[in-house]
Ligand binder design. Structure first.
Ligand code: SF4
Ligand code: SF4
Length: 370
């Protein structure tokens, strides 16, 4: 039976986080169960884009630092790696802005850019996975607890999509239009990466239209850990108010036998009360999942999510255009969307530093009342 450990942790005070990380790992056997002296251990935080950690977009440096220190204590060599969603983001700015440069200086960890890739083929699709992810002796997944405009929830499984570096992510978005296809791709990446341990930063997460700055920081006040990332996500998503099966990539992962997607079938250890999140604001795009299966693929396609610009908030930085897999955005002020080309991946909303792009229902969806 899969097990998820949960502890309360209300602040990022470094000493409190170190205590909480030890406590959350205790029911799993402690770090020594996973790390042996000399092992190369890759920590994979969620570093979507370099933003102030208080915006709750990225895994907090206090959590990454506490895990890095524990791995060192167990004799492991620590690597910290991720690639930003926006390919134009400069590397020094990325490491500095995310707080990882400080973590490396304090713990002796190595910052690993996700440059070289290894080609993998799964379910008739090509994936290019960052070489360090496959070369490390152990991958520790360090997701952030957030909502997501497209996939509704982003946690342990979704964080692994960062194992595909920079512009290679666009290829996946391009061939996986719509949330159903994209969810299957996320599960393919889980199958290829298979982290040995997951520790989630749920101290300060997001509600509303995450996972970028469009989301609203929310103090969940917890850390969660498991060897089964699907079970961890299922338990946390359930505590947020999602129905079992509503988060498609978790349902898919469960169906493929990659983890336990039914929160009722997971043993929760530690401070279960830390999962009492109360009423939350879930993504507005949740309506999309109310489209019944019988309406079929064409109607789902016709009602696909589209981006909408909040022109008053846009500063014309062009990051959305850089990340768009379909070249459907013409930069400028105001920028323009070519909705004929758009596949509705909402990567543009994810990277916008101003929260100036929202998901919107198209006319057909509004007319039929979805
Ligand atoms: S415009 Fe936005 S939602 Fe549409 S394909 Fe480009 S990045 Fe994705
Ligand atoms: S919508 Fe956002 S990402 Fe795009 S140009 Fe405007 S501020 Fe930049």
């Amino acid at each position: 039976m899969s097990m998820v450990s949960v502890v309360a942790c209300r602040s990022y005070d470094p000493a409190a986080v170190r205590r909480a990380v030890r406590a959350v790992l205790a029911p799993l056997g402690g770090i020594g169960r996973f790390v042996r002296p000399g092992m190369q251990v890759l920590l994979k935080p969620n570093l979507l884009t370099a933003t102030d950690p208080e915006r709750a977009v990225t895994t907090h440096p206090a959590v990454v630092g506490a895990v890095a220190a524990l791995v060192r204590e167990a004799g492991g060599e620590v690597w910290i790696g991720d690639s930003p969603a926006s390919p134009g983001e400069s590397r020094p700015r990325f490491w500095r802005g995310s707080g990882m440069a400080d973590v490396a200086a304090q713990t002796g960890a190595r910052l690993i850019p996700f440059d070289g890739v290894v080609w993998k083929r799964l379910n008739s699709n090509d994936y290019f996975i960052a070489r360090p992810v496959l070369e490390a002796d152990l991958v520790i997944d360090l997701p952030k607890l957030k909502t997501h405009v497209l996939t509704l929830y982003t946690g342990a499984v979704k964080n692994l999509f960062g194992a595909i570096p920079g512009t290679r992510k666009r290829e996946v978005h391009l061939r996986s239009p719509g949330v159903q296809d994209f969810s299957r791709a996320l599960v393919d990446v889980l199958e290829l990466v298979r982290p040995g341990l997951t520790i989630m930063d749920g101290v300060l997460g997001q509600e509303g239209d995450g996972p970028g700055v469009g989301g609203t920081p929310h103090r969940y006040g917890c850390l969660a850990a498991s060897t089964d990332p699907v079970a961890l996500d299922a338990v946390v998503a359930g505590a947020m108010g999602y129905r079992s099966g509503e988060v498609l990539h978790l349902a898919e992962a469960g169906a493929r036998g990659l983890g336990e997607a039914n929160p009722e079938a997971v043993r929760v250890e530690g401070e279960r009360r830390a999962l009492d999140f109360g009423e939350l604001r879930l993504p507005r795009a949740r309506w999309y999942f109310r489209i019944p299966g019988w309406v079929g693929v064409p109607l789902r396609r016709a009602t696909r999510l589209r981006p909408r610009l909040v022109a008053s908030a846009c500063v014309g930085c062009g990051r959305c255009a850089e990340v768009c897999p379909c070249e459907a955005i013409t930069p400028g002020k105001p920028l323009r969307f070519d909705l004929e080309r758009c596949v509705g991946c909402l990567c543009c909303a994810e990277v916008c530093p101003q929260g100036a792009i929202e998901p919107r229902r198209n006319l057909l969806a509004r007319l039929i009342g979805i």
